[in-house]
Design a protein around this ligand. Structure first.
Ligand code: RNT
Ligand code: ZN
Length: 418
């Protein structure tokens, strides 16, 4: 134990915070690691471009090209980040035998066995996502909300297949599987009918959720979005749509908020406690939007800290499913992945080290300028000494060692891929 940790521990103890208890708790909180940062959301079931209003930008070399390379990179990220993790897999990451192929409406658990093997190796759960984009059956930009019945049927079948695969993940790992429904359905220009696509989307999701599953183990959620690239005028799955849908089907799904999916001055940190008043559980996609839903890697920045603070002080660590969702192709992808994961872990630790009870009391007693001063004081407590200790105990690099570790992997593994 470092002397810096010892002295920081005393400082926190004076504020009523038991750093030992915090470190013990933090390491049990799972964060879902998105497989799609490693290959720019490409997957293994198609050769076409990324569609659905999302975009990766940049041409940094060494992207993972095969399941083996992607898993190798994931294992590296796991090895250099502390704490509990889950894997987050998209349906387009189905792994087929040589010469085998089935379309997305026909995928089965066996196509994801290798993901289960990886998860078991690290005692992790798996979250899942049907892939309603980057596919020839996206017709005129629409999937589950398409007026074309054949198209809609195909995508409903895909959603149902994904429920069955989610159930397989939950059974194999013994850990609930969060299955997120997001589509990029929408229009570039002003639509003539806004309600029709939403009614069809509602019906489609209801049909998907009619596939039998145990809600204790399979946790479907509906992700909303304000707009996407090329889909600027109208999004079928808007904020109001997704929230209302989840509220109406509370016994079988929950809302998912992605903090890149709102107007720039809206903050998800404020929405978390609002939703927790009504929903037993909610899900998050944690990202960093820069001017648009750019999906930059998460940083230890103000809004990230604020989101974690809300989860912790609402005492909701077991009510909020936390998943990362960003994709940066402009820098070393492992660095982007791991910095994002560590940033969210830091944000949670930071939140757990804030004397929230004391601050809450000041608010309730109306001592607002004392609160103002003490909230600022809390920001400069010796957080980094606790974080370094957490990393040391987990056997992962501390901040000072981190770059060298990434650089070594780039030289020894990634650079050989070119
Ligand atoms: C897109 C959504 C969605 C995707 C992933 C790949 O804007 O955030 O969650 O990023 O499904
Ligand atoms: Zn998302």
């Amino acid at each position: 134990m470092s002397s810096r940790y010892e002295s920081a521990k005393e400082i926190y103890a004076k504020l009523g915070i038991d750093t030992e208890a915090v470190l013990e708790k933090l390491k049990t909180v799972p964060i879902s690691l998105h497989c799609w940062q490693g290959d720019d959301v490409t997957g293994f079931d198609h050769d076409g471009p990324l569609t659905g209003g999302i975009q990766t930008t940049g041409h940094y070399p060494y992207k993972a090209r095969t399941p083996e390379e992607l898993m190798q990179d994931i294992e590296k990220v796991l090895a250099i980040c502390p704490g509990a993790k889950k894997l987050n897999v998209h349906a387009c990451y189905a792994i087929f035998e040589k010469g085998e192929f089935v379309d997305r409406d026909k995928i089965e658990p066996k196509h994801f066995k290798k993901w289960v093997d990886l998860a078991k190796k690290y005692k992790m759960g798996i979250d899942f996502n049907p892939t309603f984009f980057s596919h020839p059956k996206v017709k005129n930009g629409l999937t589950l909300s398409s007026p074309d019945e054949e198209t809609r049927k195909f995508w409903i079948a895909h959603g149902k297949a994904c429920i069955r695969i989610s159930e397989y993940f939950a059974k194999e790992t013994g850990i609930p599987c969060v299955m997120n429904i997001w589509t990029g359905d929408g229009f570039k220009d002003i639509p003539a009918d806004r309600m029709g696509p939403r009614m069809r989307y509602k019906d489609s999701i209801e049909q998907i959720l009619s596939e039998p599953y145990d809600y204790n183990m399979v946790k479907p959620c509906v992700e909303s979005k304000v707009f996407g690239i090329g889909v600027e005028s109208y999004t079928v799955g808007s904020g109001e749509f997704a929230l209302s849908f989840a509220a109406e089907h509370k016994d079988k799904c929950m809302p998912l908020m992605d903090n890149g999916h709102y107007h720039p001055t809206e903050v998800v940190s404020d929405k978390i406690p609002a939703l927790l008043c009504f929903f037993p559980e909610i899900a998050l996609h944690i990202t960093r939007p820069v001017r648009w839903d750019s999906d930059h890697s998460v940083l230890f920045d103000d809004e990230t800290k604020e989101m974690a603070k809300e989860i912790v002080r609402c005492n909701a660590l077991d009510r909020v499913y936390m998943a990362l969702d960003y994709f940066d192709a402009s820098i070393n992808r492992i660095a982007s992945w791991a910095v994002g994961l560590r940033s969210w872990q830091k944000a949670l630790l930071n939140a757990m080290l804030i004397p929230s009870e004391m601050l809450k009391n000041l608010q309730d007693e109306g001592k607002l300028w004392e609160l103002f001063v003490k909230q600022e004081a809390a920001k400069v407590l010796p957080f980094s000494d606790i974080w370094d200790e957490y990393c040391r105990r987990a056997g992962v690099p501390t901040e000072c060692e981190f770059f060298d570790e990434l650089n070594k992997y780039e030289k020894e593994v990634l650079a050989k891929r070119a």
